[in-house]
Write a protein that binds this ligand. Sequence first.
Ligand SMILES: [Zn+2]
Length: 885
Amino acid sequence: MRASSFLFSFAVSLLTFTTVSAEKPFDFASTPGKLPKNVVPEEYAIRITPDIAKRTFTGSETIKVNAREAVKQIVLNAADIKITKATMDGKAIPASAIKLDEKEETLTLASEVAGGNHELQLEFTGKINQRGIGLYYATYQEHGTGTKKTMLGTQFEATDARRMFPCWDEPSFRARFQLTVVIPENFVGVSNMPIEQEQKVTGGKEVRFGTTPSMASYLNVFCAGELDAIHNKNGDVTHGVIATKGKAEMGRYALESSQQILNYYNDYFGQPYPLPKLDHIAVPGGFGGAMENWGGITYFESGLLFDPERSSIQTRQGIYEVIAHETAHQWFGDLVTMAWWDNLWLNEGFASWMGTKVSAKFNPDWEVWLAKSVPRDPMRRPGIGKEAAMEGDARSTTHPIQQPIKTEAEANSAFDDITYRKGMSFLRMLESFLGEDVFRDGLRRYMAAHKFSNTTTTDLWNALGEASGKPVVEIAAAWTQQPGFPIVKVARDAAGKITLTQERFTIHFDNAPPLEWKIPLTYAVPGESPAPSVLMTSKSMELPDTYGNRALKLNVEGAGNYRVQYDEASWKLLIADLPKLSVPDRVNLMTDAWALVQANRAPLSLYLDLVEKLPTKTELAEREQIMHVFDFMNRLLANTPQREQFQKYARLILRPSFDEVGWDPKPGEPVKMAELRGSLIKALADLDDKEIIAGCRERFQKYLADPKSIPPDLRSRVLAVVGRYADEATWQKLHELGLKTTSIEEKTNYYNALASAIDPKLAARTLEISLGDELPTSRATYLVARVARESEHPEVAWTFAKAHMKQLLAKTDAIGANNYAAGLFTFFSDPARIAELEKFAKTDLPPTAAKDVAKAVDEVGFRADVKLRVTTQIATWLTYTPKAK
Ligand SMILES: [Zn+2]
């Protein structure tokens, strides 16, 4: 799954940090979970009849089960469902023997059953909701006509299949599923497998889909609506892109990408994709991310459809990356599934790594790995990566990649940056240590051994260990079972002999428990090839060679998940050699330097001095890194006397970059120039560059007459700037445009622009929109967070959210609900807000929000801390640095 909002949470670890020991390979009987393992489902035949007008459905199912012993009762999952009839082997189970437990989300049938095979039949009714949980509906404006329409979709991960049909809803209870639905005649139905039979029935048509292979319940999918599709058969697999009427042709790019990616994975994993079709389904609302349902992947519409006239290069990259991620799950997650949610990282860390690897391979000019090393504006899908995870992992609220998961709510809170991005980062480090071919061979072994079954992390390490002959289990344990990561300190003596020591790297986390790691280290003299990598297995070590007065760069290309701090002599040598270092190495120095400032291990001057000495002005990743830091400082300094002077300094650093790039695309320029141009426009306008702001306004006026006058790559940025400095008439105009368009991507651009307004009166008007139905639910609720971040008035957004919390949460999906309120506090830097959040949490939030509350409390404390330090240090820097005069 790919979550959409930037309100990703970091959960707090309640673990005590005991010694790390490896977990056991997969074993069904000892896998955690709530359901007894003495009765297992083998095959479901499910029939669902939705009543779209009433937002309800009726259903029935026949489940072939195997009792491994004689039992007195059968326990499975059900939530928000009413059972109208139950029979076991044709014999009715009386109503008094049917017990639904709402809190535990279980259905218990008191029925004595002998060991062996049986047939359970259930009839039931349930609800269709608009939160993107279970079976949901999304309303949208039809392309071309603007008519209001409704589409049905499902979202079952982590634990919501039980809302559409009672089932053994834990990932190790694999079974075959056969779905039949009754839908209106003008609807098209899609599920995991192709349609086997379609026939007219009263009230519509009955559509029967083929039976799936053995799989986990959360991978089922059902979508229906007035849909169009494009298809292409490649080898044995028919690829499809399905969208609401009139939009399927915008799936052309996705369809081509799907084939390229599937061919690559077929070879990489050594196991061919086992289903006859792979559909990518664009859903115009309901949920905001993407979900790897086997054979029928769902996406929020703008994550899948590319309109050459309207879509930007970021959209295109995002589409490729998300398809690569979800398609990797067709093996890693679907063919082989994690045993329990404590191993969610196996699915998500792996798909994030694999998706990035294949995106980088086929699109070298996108600098995919480098982009992951630079934190970016969180509204931009492809950017967020390793740095965001490392920042969270350094805090007191972090948790190990593998964490105990007891309840359904905890399973939903496991979808966070640590699970996805630290997992990705660790796998990248491990691959570069073991070697690309060895790593792939290990994965082929893993797939061959565990296909159509479940695994734990240990099964993966064992396969990689066998393929490499290296102690993978030992190396991995500290990285996946401990929180945090190390910093390696570099000290050199007069002869250039280098001594390394490691310690835990933390930010805003005093008295953190000390930890150690086995670190796969890489290093190189600038301009030379890297030395063979070494494994640091203790607190300190010496490098074998002596370097005299030559510089040495550790963590080559920033592929390792650790920080490096150089002593003064080593740092000076590196700074002198900057032009010889590759861009990824320079970006790695920048991100480490900024992290040292955040951790109070170095003054701000260390970072700013490095920025001023960079040998180029238009490297995308370097500029993005600077813009990220300047954006953070600019927001932190709001309403302080230092802000104006800081903005002036920041403009002096960034404006020459823009002057080189210019407003207009140059023929044949690399794609990254278009990205850089857009980012610089937004960054400089946020820093109050009057010329840039005027330039955006002028272009907006032309755009109103001729939308093609702004290239798609620049549109979201120019609109955001116009929105930020909007007066009432401009706000009104942007709103009209947003209401009118049927393109979700365009809509997002307009409403993001509205949410950027710094005039508090306009911010208040934008907030009201979140309660209405002019936006898909996931985008409507996101608007509040967007206002909190962009408007410079987080208090206006919070006051509004507090007053309307119930209505907002009614639109939020299961993953978003836990951190919705707490996430809005992360834009404050006033320590008084901590007590306010804690008080609100006590009275108004469920216990499941506790981890996110702790994270927000830490963030506010951190910001308050940095603000104190940075305001003093920036003043000193501006006094002494000649540039700022
Ligand atoms: Zn995923």
